[in-house]
Design a protein around this ligand. Structure first.
Ligand SMILES: Cc1cc2nc3c(=O)[nH]c(=O)nc-3n(C[C@H](O)[C@H](O)[C@H](O)COP(=O)(O)OP(=O)(O)OC[C@H]3O[C@@H](n4cnc5c(N)ncnc54)[C@H](O)[C@@H]3O)c2cc1C
Length: 289
């Protein structure tokens, strides 16, 4: 129970009335940025699949900036070894985009596994990341891919993993681009068969000296994702050894009421090994075994 927004008494959580708010519907990134700068407390709306839940949870708003008409934020391009994904790209559009499917095929496949059909047509990549919910999966996929979040049309940029370092609900600016380096990326994959207890996204990149480095993000519904890394050195990419190395890095704080740290390390080791085995099979001939 909570107090109704217009002070009309106590009502059930799903029935409280919203106070009036001002709605802005810009059509360009410049106009959206101007509105956000004029109204620093403005709430940004993408597909609203999470925002509606936030409002039910008690989030108030006076100014809402809908990005639905900003077509430039739906663009996907691949330039100079960098994949750019507009934050307004929906799960459906991203998963079925030819460029994404060509440049990082398993990202398209992983993206296709997120959420339900109805949600996939409205929910966006940017909203998934900016909602900062542990149970959402884009931060894991993008975290393993070392993606950068570009805010305010390039005024600021930060790695996805840094989202968890933020505290409170401070406005983080307008997310205008998501970038992923592809020039040294040799493989990417995602394992969600143990979701919600444990999920692992894993990317293999080639160092300038020819050795491989592995970056994984291990998540669960109840804790933020943890970044895990391993370098292969001069040797071959050994799934058993590298998965053990990755799992060992999971800190004790990964434990929650559904599983001990030891159990999670076990799951991450199994899921990582599965991914690395698939990576090796696909890379056979071009890399190692
Ligand atoms: C039934 C259901 C099933 C789901 N299943 C899954 C699942 O299996 N896996 C999964 O990962 N997710 C799942 N989700 C979550 C869903 O993917 C997210 O709700 C969605 O991606 C959020 O995107 P949106 O466009 O709706 O964001 P919104 O709800 O519009 O916004 C979410 C937050 O991001 C902020 N925001 C949005 N865009 C920007 C921007 N450009 N700049 C700055 N801030 C911004 C908003 O202010 C808000 O705080 C599910 C959701 C539902 C309802």
């Amino acid at each position: 129970m909570r107090t109704q927004a217009l002070d009309a008494g106590l009502v059930a959580q799903t029935q409280f009335a919203m106070a009036p708010f001002r709605l802005h519907r810009p059509t360009t990134i410049e106009d959206a940025l101007a509105i956000v700068s004029e109204h620093p407390d403005a709430v940004i709306a993408a597909g609203c699949s999470d925002l509606v839940a936030q409002i039910r949870e008690g989030r108030g708003l006076e100014t809402l900036v809908s990005l639905q008409k900003v077509d430039a934020l739906r663009a996907i391009s691949h330039e100079a070894g960098v994949l750019h994904i507009g934050p307004m790209v929906t799960h459906h559009a991203g998963a079925t985009n030819e460029l994404v499917g060509t440049v990082i095929p398993n990202l398209a496949a992983a993206w296709a596994s997120i959420a339900t059909v109805r949600i996939r047509y409205t929910a966006t990549a940017g909203g998934n990341v900016m909602a900062r919910r542990y149970r959402y999966e884009m931060p894991l996929l993008l975290g393993a891919l070392d993606a950068d979040l570009v805010f305010d049309a390039g005024a600021a940029s930060r790695p996805v993993a840094s989202l968890w370092a933020d505290t409170g609900s401070a406005q983080r600016g307008l997310l205008t681009d998501i970038t992923i380096r592809t020039d040294d990326l040799v493989w990417f994959g995602y394992e969600r068969s143990m979701r919600p207890t444990a999920t692992v996204a894993l990317a293999v990149r080639r160092n300038p000296d020819g050795t491989l480095r592995v970056r994984a993000h291990a998540g669960s519904e109840y804790r933020h994702g943890f970044a895990l890394t391993a370098d292969t050195g001069a040797g071959e990419l050994d799934p058993l050894e590298v998965s053990t190395q990755l799992a060992r890095q999971l800190p004790d704080e990964c434990a929650d009421y559904t599983g001990s740290a030891e159990y999670r390390r076990h799951l991450v080791r199994v899921l990582s090994r599965r991914l690395l085995t698939a990576a090796c099979a696909q890379l056979k001939g071009t890399t190692t075994r």
